[in-house]
Ligand binder design. Structure first.
Ligand code: SF4
Length: 193
């Protein structure tokens, strides 16, 4: 879903996970090798996963695969689910084949992704998104993430930084721990085991 000259929310997630991925995708135009976890996660993406959230917030509507485009940034994305509560609150939800952090929190790259969707929903749906959800399929756990104005402003900073990195063809130094590279779809180009 990437557009020429623009970014997707997945780019922001990649940047938050490892900035080097941006170089591979936007400067070298390499495709991420699909890992087992990625394909398995896609197969398991079912609305039934949202049942606890739907009950919790008394949802009146659930939209799936919601395509969004920023009005102020070169950014697009496709949100897994958008839940509308009875009170009209919009809650973006992503499903991941992964686990939360050891403390049961959402991972930083997933939080960045949610903040980007929140910003685009604010711009397009005349709202102010205050929270989102990540459903961690492997742990069968829904983590609710507060989303604040600073998180949305951070999205603007990240987009600016990524655009500059691409412009300058900036190959970031290796700073990831080996463990983090094991589940990376770019490891064959970067850090073959
Ligand atoms: S293999 Fe490691 S260093 Fe290389 S892009 Fe992936 S996460 Fe980053």
């Amino acid at each position: 879903m990437r557009e020429r000259g623009g970014l997707t929310v997945v780019d922001l997630k990649h940047y938050a996970y490892c900035p080097r991925i941006v170089y591979f995708t936007h400067v070298l135009h390499l495709q991420e090798k699909e890992t087992e976890a990625m394909s398995y996660g896609r197969e398991l993406q079912e609305e039934v996963l949202l049942t606890p959230l739907i009950r919790l917030v008394k949802a009146r509507r659930v939209e799936k695969d919601v395509e969004l485009r920023s009005r102020t940034l070169p950014l697009i994305g496709k949100l897994d689910y958008l839940v509308t509560t009875k009170l009209g609150e919009l809650i973006p939800v992503e499903v991941k084949w992964a686990e939360p952090t050891p403390k049961g929190k959402a991972k930083p790259d997933h939080r960045a992704q949610l903040a980007a969707y929140a910003l685009m929903l604010d711009e397009n749906r005349d709202t102010s998104v205050k929270r989102g959800g990540i459903y961690y399929r492997r742990a069968s756990r829904l983590v609710i993430v507060p989303i604040q104005i600073e998180d949305k402003e951070n999205v603007r900073r990240i987009v600016k930084t990524i655009m500059e990195m691409i412009e300058e063809e900036d190959y970031q130094p290796l700073r990831q721990k080996q463990k983090q590279c094991l589940n990376c779809g770019f490891s064959i180009f970067c850090r073959p085991v």
